[in-house]
Design a protein around this ligand. Structure first.
Ligand code: ZN
Ligand code: ZN
Ligand code: FE
Length: 764
């Protein structure tokens, strides 16, 4: 009897190369008894498949459902074909030699199969720290150029042994074309050195490292995207020593624990957070501390920990049965990017680390650990780096080729091509030459491996940012400045794939405004090409300029002087007494004579100032610390969301919101002995209510109903949840970030999209 056979051509685009896609198709086809072939093409994977019609359908369904974990399909098309009567199913040779249009996979945490082999004494890779397969291992950090072949990676110096080569060549093997494939006979090796010149490598480096960490030593450990500085998280002395040597007084330190069972001993999490922790990106996840846990206090002074699971075999070997958790903080000195090079590490980190656990596989591109947190019911990326980069953000439509340079703090850059936006890994604060070097190198490297030659360069309007200056120096390229908060809002629109006019709430600490002042409590009417400033808080002077960011007491004083004028001297609150007459006089003069006191409407500064007035924090050790502690104060107490403070605001072409009434109410509460927890909660509620009112008023004027939230201040979960809920109750459509950071780490995306639209319709 003649079977009813039909045939199909399936073309798939996305991250489908170097991720075990062809072996997966091979297995699936055989499972269904289908025949045909699969091959890599210049822009993805192409499958010819034939068999019974209903079986073909099941195959197509499973293809999408059961695809390899790290494969990402952006496009899938089906076409009927003539039946060619294949005898079997095979993986055929790639149809092209230069694979250019395909996407490069990010680095992927070690998979379960490899982990099982790692701890199986009978496996030939038992305890081999560089075990990997097509489903896992390093990618982005070891790629020098495209196409993604071993010869173009830092694995090129390791020639595969016969066993490895056989696996590499066998289509159904898990290591088929796994570029970093290696074993103990042929691959990279670990070494452990004591600090100091001419140190001899110690034997059994991993075993010895465990002993050293147990004894309280600080070990610099080379990982996937750079060095970590590691200590036992239960050893208070060791953690304190690390803090002292790293000159990092209070910023919480990230920790790594073996598995979720171990994590549950010191932190609580729900199923979403567990999913984030165990995802192949393995980010640092911000989790609530459990009371009376055994991690030492100096790891984090907040009520949270930044926790991650192991993501390489090295981590698993170190943590297995040995520690509740290890502090794994990035291996860098004073605000420089993390160290990736062995010699650099020995030179730069020898003032911090006692020992160095290193290996001879080079890292080409550093990539910090990513950070995520569940806020207002969704996962939010705080730092998008290892594991995510260079996966693109998929845009709604095609855009020109653009390079966007970002701003200054937490910087990233963005390159666009077709309908993909590639945000770089975390570059960091662009405050020194090392960071600038890394910035330039990242641009060069990403242009290379993504094969993008930008036609347009976008930058922040702040004339002094190193990123702006870089853009200005470029020749033969169209230059476009984009206002900071406009970029924030359009970044939010882009990731939510919306277009047209919206009401944008951009709240942050610092962003250069078109009037030369510092903005940061901006309500904008915006689309992708332009914006109108619709509302913001009154300006307040920042006495001492940048010093006022590091020392919130200056802002506290500024708001008080603005509110009470001369009466400030008679304010009977501890804040005033503690600062003392002398300092107050100096600040008063600076403000009055406008010496080194630029104007700001930044909401972040208002949070800072209030934290100072309440006596919560006078000087910060890291960005946002005062605001975070103000939020924590409300979090700890009862959120007395009964009433907020008065915040009067004036309508007009631009609405201005007054902080004076808020400050006045807070002082009254303080005088009555109301505690910080209640005051902080009331302040949060005030901000939520006033902006919800402002939005309603704007809606009645403009008929706009979509609201985009962006800017680093929205990392405050009370504000994000509260404002989202309130606006939704008023029937607004609310959009926020989850794929890119609220903070300036997501800014370059917005810059790129604004530039793309400005070039296309410059006068609209
Ligand atoms: Zn694997
Ligand atoms: Zn080998
Ligand atoms: Fe910003």
């Amino acid at each position: 009897m003649q079977e009813n056979i039909s045939a199909k051509k399936i073309r798939i685009k996305g991250i489908v190369q170097g991720v075990g896609f062809r072996p997966f198709i091979f297995r699936l086809a055989n499972q269904y008894g289908l025949r045909g072939e699969v091959a890599n093409t210049s822009n993805g994977v192409s499958i010819h498949i034939e068999g019974k019609a209903n079986t073909l359908e099941s195959f197509c369904e499973d293809l999408l459902k059961e695809k390899p974990l790290i494969a990402h399909i952006t496009h899938c098309s089906y076409q009927h074909q003539h039946v060619k009567r294949f005898n079997d199913f095979s993986i055929s040779k790639s149809k092209v030699h230069r694979v250019k249009a395909t996407l490069i996979s990010p680095d992927i945490s070690i998979c379960n199969d490899c982990k099982t082999e790692l701890f199986n004494p009978k496996d030939r890779r038992f305890n081999y720290p560089f075990i990997n397969c097509t489903n896992c291992g390093p990618r982005y950090t070891i790629i020098e150029d495209i196409p993604y072949d071993r010869a173009k990676t830092s694995m090129k110096q390791f020639k595969m042994c016969n066993n490895c080569q056989k696996e590499y060549n066998a289509p159904i093997n898990r290591r088929f074309h796994a570029q970093p494939n290696a074993c103990d006979d042929c691959g990279p090796q670990m070494m452990l050195l004591k600090k100091g010149k001419n140190s001899v490598p110690l034997r059994e480096p991993l075993k010895k490292t465990v002993e050293l960490l147990r004894s309280g030593y600080i070990v610099a450990i080379k990982g996937l995207g750079g060095f970590h500085l590691a200590v036992d998280a239960k050893n208070n002395k060791a953690v304190s020593r690390l803090r002292k040597r790293k000159n990092r007084a209070e910023k919480p330190l990230a920790i790594m624990a073996y598995d979720m069972e171990m994590v549950s001993r010191f932190a609580s999490f729900d199923s979403d957070e567990e999913k984030m922790m165990t995802s192949h990106q393995r980010p640092i996840v911000i989790l609530k501390k459990k009371s009376n846990d055994s991690i030492c206090e100096s790891v984090s002074s907040n009520n949270t920990y930044g926790v991650m699971l192991p993501y390489t075999a090295i981590h698993y070997i170190l943590l297995r049965n040995n520690f509740t958790a290890l502090v794994m903080t990035s291996g860098n000195i004073s605000r420089e990017p993390i160290t990736i090079d062995n010699n650099d590490a020995l030179r730069k980190l020898s003032g911090i680390a006692d020992y160095f656990l290193m290996h001879n596989r080079d890292i080409y591109l550093r990539s910090d650990d990513s950070i995520v947190r569940k806020t207002a019911k969704s996962s939010r990326i705080i730092r998008r780096s290892r594991g995510y980069v260079p996966s693109p953000i998929y845009l709604q439509r095609q855009v020109p080729r653009i390079l966007a340079c970002g701003a200054e703090l937490k910087n990233t850059i963005c390159l666009t091509k077709n309908n993909n936006a590639f945000l770089s890994q975390h570059i960091g604060d662009m405050e020194n030459l090392e960071a600038l070097k890394f910035f330039k190198m990242s641009i060069k490297h990403m242009k290379q491996i993504l094969n993008i030659r930008p036609e347009i360069i976008a930058y922040d309007l702040h004339p002094d940012y190193l990123s702006t200056r870089y853009a200005m120096e470029q020749k033969g390229i169209i230059k476009m400045g984009v206002q900071h908060h406009h970029a924030h809002i359009v970044s939010c629109m882009a990731e939510n794939r919306i277009a047209g006019k919206v009401i944008g709430l951009a709240f942050d600490g610092t962003g250069y405004g078109t009037d030369g002042n510092i903005w940061g409590s901006e309500v904008l009417l915006a689309d992708e090409t332009q914006f109108v400033r619709k509302a913001h808080f009154d300006y307040a002077p920042m006495p001492g300029s940048a010093a006022a960011i590091k020392e919130p007491w200056r802002m506290g004083l500024s708001y008080l002087i603005h509110t009470f004028g001369k009466d400030i001297w008679s304010l009977d609150i501890p804040f005033i007494k503690n600062i003392g007459k002398e300092k107050i006089t100096v600040i008063h003069d600076m403000i009055k004579k406008r010496i080194n006191a630029p104007l700001t409407s930044g909401l972040g500064r208002l949070f800072d100032g209030i934290a100072a007035i309440l006596g919560i924090r006078q000087e910060v050790n890291y960005e946002g610390q005062a605001a975070i502690e103000l939020e924590t104060a409300a979090d700890d107490g009862t959120i007395a969301l009964g009433r907020g403070y008065t915040c009067s605001w004036k309508k007009g072409a631009v609405y201005t919101l007054s902080f004076q009434t808020i400050i006045n109410d807070i002082i009254n509460d303080l005088k009555q002995g109301i505690n910080n927890s209640v005051i902080s909660a009331r302040f949060h509620l005030t901000v939520i209510n006033v902006f919800a009112d402002v939005c309603e008023c704007i809606r009645s004027e403009t008929d706009l109903n979509r609201i985009c939230l962006s800017g680093g201040v929205f990392q405050n979960s009370i504000l994000l949840s509260g404002l989202t809920t309130t606006l939704k109750e008023k029937n607004f459509d609310v959009y926020a970030h989850s794929l890119v950071p609220f903070n300036d780490g997501g800014l370059a995306l917005g810059q790129a999209i604004v530039a793309a639209n400005m070039i296309e319709k410059p006068h609209s």
